[in-house]
Design a protein around this ligand. Structure first.
Ligand code: RUQ
Ligand code: CUA
Length: 635
C-alpha cells in the first residue's frame, strides 16, 4: 500500500517536472493547431464580429474587447475616476460617483428584450458599495450609478437582468444587521440578515429605482441568474454559509452537506410591496418572508455552491458546489410542483425549504471545483473547473454526460459564451477567464496580468485559439454580436441642452458673482474661446466648455497646468470642471487631446490677480475672436 502510494507520488512528481521542462511547448500551447491563427485574424481595417464586455474587477471599470481578434478596444470608466477623459473630474461625473473613488465591478449584464441581448444598456455591480451602474451603449458612457442600495452589504449576486430588463438584482454577500446598528458580532444569527433587492429599470430610458427588498437569513448570497421561458418571472440566487459563521469561514462555512439556492418570484414580491405589505427600513420597502408568503423559497444545494445558471430553454437551473465534483441540475417544473404541492421540509427564518431530491433533475460529474456554466444553444453546457484548470462540455439532457474537456491556463473562474446568457446563444466562441496567468506572458514582476483565452465552439471539440492578457481583474464578461450595436460618434449640437452650453458666438463670456467665476466658452480646431481668463486669487472658477466639432473622433482636452484638472470634451458635448485660483500669477491651460495639425497651439492663459483686484462682472473675448467663432459656427 505504502509502496503504491510512493509510486503514485513519484509519477505525479515526474509529470509535474515534465510539464515544466523548457521546450515542452505542446503542453504549454494546449494543443493549439495551425489554423488557430487564421480564426482570430481580423485584417487591418476590418472589424470584429463581437463586442466583449469584461468587468474590470477592483479597477472598477469595464474593458471592451473585439472578438475574435481579442483586441482591447477601449475601457469604459464606471466606478473609478479616469483622468485621461476626466471621468470623475468634471462636475457631472464627479457628482455621479458620489464621493467614492473605488468600486469592485464583477458582473456585466446586458439588457435584454424577449430573453435576447438588445444592445441598449449594460449594467454592472460595484460589490463593496452595493451599487449598480448603467452604461448606455449608444455612447458607451456611464449614465447612472444607483446606490448604495440601503440595508445591503456587498452586492455580489448582481445585476443579472430579467428577460425584458424589468429588473436588475442585488443580494448581500456579507450579511449585516438590518437596520445596521451596533450589535455583538457573536449574536450574528439573531441580528444579522441578508437582503435580496429588486431594482426596477425604466423601460424607456433605463433609469433604475428600488422596487423591493426581501429580508433573508444571514447566509452569504453569491450569484444569481434570471429565469427565462417557462421560468420567466423568477430569479435564482445561490448562497453559502448556511452555517451562519461569522469568523473562520474557510472552515466553519464548509461544514454543512447542503447550502441553498433561493428562488424569488419577483412579480409576487413587487405586488406585495404595491399592496402595502412592506416595512420601510432606511427608505427601502422591506418584505419579511415570515409574514409575507409566496415570494421566496430555498432549495438544498450540495457543498457551498457558487454559480447558478439557467439554460437557454429556461427549464433547468444549474448550480455548482465548489467542493463537489458535480453540477446539480434542477428542474424548474419540479420546483413549481414541489411549491404547489407544499412539499416543504421546514423553513429558514420564514423562508420555506425544499428537498434536494424533490427538485433535482440530474447530477453531472464534471470534475473538480466547478464554478460557472455557459451554453452554446446547441444542447450543450460548459462548466469551468477551478481546481482542474479545465472546461467540461456536457450534454443538457440524458445521459447528462461530459463529452469533451479542454485545459486552460490557469485556475479558471468565470467563462463566457457568445450571447451565452440569452435564449439563443450563438455557439461560436467561449472565453475562459483565468484567475492566474503565471508563465503565459513576458514577466512584468510580481503582479501578473489576468489571463483570458478564446476557445472555438464551432467544431465537435473545443479548440483553443488564442491567449490575451487583461488588466485586473475580469470576473464575468458578456459577448454580443457587433451588428446589434450602433453607437453614435458625435453628440448632435442642435440637441445640446446642457445648462452651460454655448451655441452662439455672442454667448461666449466670463461672468463673476462674488468669488465665483463662470467661463462659458467653446473649443474647436484649433483654439479656446476665450483663451484669456482673468480672475482674482481665491476665485472658484467653473469652466463650461462646448465642443463645436461635428466630425468623428475630434475630441478636445482641457488641462490646467499645476493641477489635477483635466477632461475631454467630445464632439457636440458640453462639460464643466471647477478650479480654484490659489496663487497669484500666470497659469497656462491647453488642449490635452491631440486634435489637429495645430494642436500644440491650442492653449490659453489664466491671469490670477491679487484678491479684490477690480474686474468687470462680465468679460467678453476679443471681437476678432468672436467673429472668427461666429464664422466657424456657420460652417
Ligand atoms: S465571481 S469566479 Cu465575482 Cu462572479 Cu465567480
Ligand atoms: Cu484640441 Cu488638441
Amino acid at each position: 500500500m505504502k509502496r503504491l502510494l510512493i509510486l503514485v507520488l513519484a509519477g505525479v512528481a515526474l509529470a509535474v517536472a515534465l510539464a515544466h521542462l523548457p521546450g515542452c511547448t505542446a503542453m504549454k500551447s494546449g494543443g493549439v493547431t495551425g489554423d488557430a491563427a487564421q480564426k482570430v485574424y481580423v485584417k487591418p481595417g476590418e472589424h470584429d464580429t463581437y463586442y466583449a464586455f469584461l468587468s474590470g474587477g477592483h479597477s472598477g471599470q469595464i474593458y471592451v474587447y473585439g472578438m475574435p481578434s481579442c483586441r482591447h478596444i477601449t475601457t469604459i470608466p464606471v466606478f473609478t475616476p479616469e483622468p485621461a477623459v476626466g471621468y470623475g473630474n468634471d462636475v457631472e461625473s464627479k457628482a455621479m460617483l458620489g464621493g467614492l473613488t473605488w468600486g469592485d465591478a464583477h458582473h456585466p449584464g446586458l439588457s435584454e428584450t424577449a430573453g435576447d441581448y438588445d444592445g441598449r444598456w449594460l449594467f454592472i455591480n460595484d460589490m463593496p458599495n452595493a451599487r449598480i451602474a448603467r452604461i448606455d451603449l449608444s455612447d458607451f458612457k456611464t449614465h447612472q450609478i444607483f446606490g448604495p442600495i440601503p440595508n445591503l452589504s456587498a452586492a455580489h449576486a448582481c445585476p443579472f437582468p430579467t428577460p425584458n430588463t424589468e429588473y436588475v438584482f442585488a443580494a448581500s454577500r456579507f450579511s449585516v444587521p438590518v437596520p445596521n446598528r451596533q450589535v455583538k458580532i457573536e449574536e450574528y444569527a439573531k441580528d444579522f440578515r441578508g437582503i435580496i433587492a429588486g431594482v426596477k429599470v425604466d423601460p424607456k430610458d433605463g433609469t433604475m429605482s428600488l422596487g423591493f427588498e426581501i429580508l433573508m437569513p444571514p447566509f452569504d448570497y453569491d450569484l444569481a441568474d434570471a429565469g427565462k421561458g417557462p421560468s420567466e418571472g423568477w430569479e435564482f440566487f445561490t448562497c453559502y454559509n448556511s452555517e451562519m459563521a461569522y469568523d473562520s469561514l474557510e472552515i466553519k462555512a464548509s461544514q454543512n452537506e447542503m447550502d441553498y439556492f433561493a428562488a424569488v418570484d419577483w412579480k409576487a414580491a413587487q405586488k406585495a410591496v404595491d399592496d402595502g405589505k412592506a416595512t420601510m427600513i432606511n427608505g427601502a420597502p422591506v418584505l419579511d418572508p415570515a409574514k409575507v408568503k409566496g415570494i421566496v423559497y430555498l432549495t438544498a444545494v450540495p457543498k457551498s455552491p457558487h454559480g447558478v445558471d439557467v439554460d437557454p430553454s429556461g427549464q433547468y437551473i444549474c448550480c455548482s458546489g465548489k467542493l463537489q465534483a458535480e453540477v446539480s441540475v434542477y428542474s424548474f417544473a419540479k420546483l413549481q410542483a414541489a411549491i404547489q404541492g407544499g412539499k416543504f421540509d421546514g423553513d429558514k427564518m420564514g423562508v420555506p425549504t425544499l428537498k434536494y431530491e424533490d427538485v433535482l433533475e440530474a447530477k453531472v460529474p464534471v470534475g473538480l471545483g466547478p464554478l460557472h456554466t455557459q451554453f452554446d444553444g446547441k444542447g450543450y453546457a460548459y462548466t469551468s473547473l477551478f481546481l482542474d484548470s479545465q472546461i467540461a462540455k456536457w450534454k443538457i439532457g440524458p445521459p447528462w454526460n461530459v463529452v469533451d474537456k479542454i485545459d486552460v491556463y490557469y485556475s479558471i473562474g468565470h467563462l463566457m459564451a457568445s450571447e451565452g446568457d440569452t435564449r439563443h446563444p450563438t455557439g461560436d466562441y467561449l472565453v475562459a477567464l483565468d484567475k492566474l496567468s503565471k508563465d503565459r506572458y513576458l514577466n512584468v514582476g510580481p503582479t501578473h496580468p489576468e489571463g483570458a483565452q478564446l476557445i472555438d465552439l464551432r467544431g465537435p471539440k473545443m479548440q483553443l485559439l488564442y491567449d490575451f492578457p487583461t488588466y485586473l481583474e475580469p470576473h464575468y464578461a458578456q459577448m454580443i454580436k457587433a451588428e446589434k450595436l450602433k453607437p453614435f460618434t458625435v453628440y448632435p449640437l442642435e440637441k445640446n441642452q446642457k445648462p452651460g452650453a454655448v451655441l452662439s458666438a455672442d454667448d461666449i463670456r466670463i461672468e463673476r458673482k462674488g468669488n465665483r467665476v463662470d467661463v462659458y466658452g467653446i473649443v474647436v480646431r484649433t483654439h479656446f474661446a476665450p483663451d484669456i481668463v482673468k480672475v482674482n486669487q481665491g476665485d472658484e472658477v467653473y469652466f463650461h466648455w462646448t465642443n463645436l466639432e461635428q466630425d468623428d473622433d475630434i475630441a478636445h482636452g482641457f488641462g490646467i497646468c499645476w493641477s489635477s484638472k483635466n477632461m475631454q470634451i467630445e464632439p457636440g458635448e458640453t462639460k464643466t470642471i471647477t478650479w480654484t485660483a490659489e496663487k497669484v500669477g500666470i497659469n497656462p491651460f491647453y488642449c490635452s487631446n491631440f486634435c489637429s495639425a495645430l494642436h500644440q497651439e491650442m492653449q490659453g492663459y489664466i491671469e490670477v490677480r491679487p484678491k479684490g483686484s477690480p474686474l468687470s462682472a462680465v468679460q467678453r473675448p476679443d471681437a476678432n475672436l468672436v467673429a472668427q467663432v461666429a464664422a466657424e459656427m456657420k460652417r
